[in-house]
Ligand binder design. Structure first.
Ligand code: 5GP
Length: 144
């Protein structure tokens, strides 16, 4: 998918916001929602999306909405750190298919990192067991 184009209101993340498909959520308010990535690149891989903006990527996000959204990205990253005590945290975001984006609703990845564990490649990790994701999500929810 190109860098710019029509926002699809039926993309999977939009459907999660509307509760049309399930998400293992760790945080939600009026601005943003955070949930576990089902193909985690490391334990605790969390996605943070804006809830009410039809922005396919960072470049399409209204500038005045970025501050509140990024506050939530940081808030979730801090909860992930507090819950899982990683040695580092990768925060990443892709814009357009050629850049690696696969879901076209703006999202930031929060990926805890440990010195002794490599991170899986983007798009090359297997699907996690929902029970394992729920156990990690429980820890993150309790760290806000
Ligand atoms: P992107 O490639 O667009 O930066 O990231 C999309 C992310 O969404 C990927 O890390 C992928 O694993 C994740 N993902 C894809 N489908 C689903 C899904 O149905 N549920 C959840 N929770 N994550 C998904």
């Amino acid at each position: 998918m190109a860098l710019h184009g029509e926002y699809d209101p039926d993309n999977i993340f939009a459907k999660m916001v509307k509760s049309e498909i399930p998400a293992i959520k760790v945080y939600e308010d009026d601005v943003a929602m955070a949930f576990m990535d089902i193909f985690p690149q490391s334990e605790g891989h969390t996605l943070v999306i804006p809830k009410h903006e039809e922005a396919r990527n960072l470049l399409e996000m209204p500038p005045e909405k970025l501050g509140p959204y990024m506050e939530r990205v940081q808030k979730v990253a801090k909860a992930v750190e507090a819950a899982l005590k990683p040695d580092g945290v990768t925060v990443m975001q892709f814009n357009g298919g050629p850049a690696g984006q696969t879901v076209f609703h703006l999202h930031f990845h929060i990926i805890p990192r440990w010195s002794d564990r490599p991170m899986s490649g983007h798009g090359s990790s297997g699907q996690a067991d929902p029970a394992d994701l729920e156990a990690v999500a429980y820890k993150i929810r309790n760290a806000f």
